[in-house]
Design a protein around this ligand. Structure first.
Ligand SMILES: N[C@@H](CCC(=O)N[C@@H](CS)C(=O)NCC(=O)O)C(=O)O
Length: 311
């Protein structure tokens, strides 16, 4: 069976979400460190242009976006569940809100001048400028905009007070009693804030929240060992993509299997990935692409937050 390979970097909050989900399920994985800014030639050889962090590779199958990575990990190992039976919508809906709304607030708070000076002040000026230019390009053409910092500062206490109340009254140790994808999606923006002295009090001022976060982080990352990006590409090249799901509803969207299409995120990092449409399942879109280095790969995207277009 193919190993799970996570393409990521340490400082990425969404990568932390993926690492914690791997830890929660006590899965073993290989760790490929990718650059924080473009270009990312080894990653895009696999994805065909998708650049966000993290990406999960299983042989010649490439999974973009943590919403879909969560589902792939659930398929890998059903228990403990990320989508507990009967609470699938609550867990995934909450996770989608946390991944977008709460993360957006956390990003604005982390990028306040005092916080960014603490986190990046020791980097050479050229590296700071390159990072700022890369992130400006990341947001070009997408629907997401940076929340004004005044707004984030005013709204954050409301979110935290609601969370504090929920956790204080909850009988179990996690958001909805037992742990689910919702906990990991909310934990990563808070982990991001905890990464600096300027922003850590935005979490630590709420005792039930801080204690819950420690419990979620306590799942750890699972057993992992490093892998070189070029080796990961070699693994894709030497592997055959997994069998496709039997269900396909491309026709209901006005597409057909075998058609040349492109798929892109709609919020930010909207670089399109082109390929042959293989399948539209209930949750995912799968494209086949040929890459000079990686060979034939199947690239999987979530349906929510992405848009499929005919080429
Ligand atoms: N919806 C995506 C969001 C991923 C995301 O925004 N990742 C950030 C890092 S935390 C990113 O890609 N930043 C730019 C980069 O790494 O190139 C997911 O759930 O995976």
């Amino acid at each position: 069976m193919s190993e799970l390979i996570l393409h990521h970097y340490d400082a990425s909050p969404f990568a932390e979400k993926a690492r914690l989900m791997l830890g929660y399920k006590q899965l073993s994985w290989r760790s490929v460190e990718i650059p924080r800014v473009m270009p990312k030639p080894d990653l895009t050889a696999l994805t065909g242009g998708y650049r966000k962090t993290p990406v999960l590779q299983v042989g010649a199958d490439i999974y973009c976006d943590t919403a879909l990575i969560a589902r792939r990990l659930e398929a890998e190992k059903a228990t403990p569940a990320l989508f507990p039976e009967g609470r699938e919508l609550t867990a995934s809906g909450f996770a989608q809100w946390a991944d977008s709304q709460v993360f957006q607030q956390a990003v604005t708070l982390v990028f306040q001048p005092a916080s960014i000076a603490e986190r990046m002040g020791r980097l050479p000026a050229a590296a700071q400028q390159a990072f700022a230019a890369d992130r400006a390009a990341l947001f070009a053409g997408g629907s997401a905009t940076r929340l004004p910092s005044e707004q984030a500062r005013q709204q954050w206490p409301v979110l935290m007070a609601r969370l504090e109340q929920q956790l204080a009254r909850e009988e179990g140790d996690f958001l909805f009693g037992e742990a689910s994808v919702a906990d990991f999606a909310l934990a990563h923006p808070l982990w991001f804030l905890k990464g600096g002295q300027v922003t850590a009090p935005l979490v630590d001022a709420y005792p039930a929240v801080a204690a819950w976060l420690q419990r979620v982080l306590g799942f750890g990352h699972g057993a992992h060992s490093p892998l070189d990006g070029a080796e990961a590409i070699g693994i894709a090249r030497a592997s055959r993509p997994a069998a496709l799901p039997e269900e396909d509803c491309s026709a209901s969207l006005g597409f057909h299997v075998g058609q040349q299409v492109s798929e892109a995120a709609t919020d930010y990092g909207v670089d399109p990935v082109s390929g042959e449409l293989l399948c539209v399942s209930a949750e995912a879109i799968i494209l086949r692409r040929e890459d000079e280095r990686a060979g034939t790969v199947h690239v999987h995207f979530p349906r929510l937050g992405f848009c499929l277009k005919a080429c």
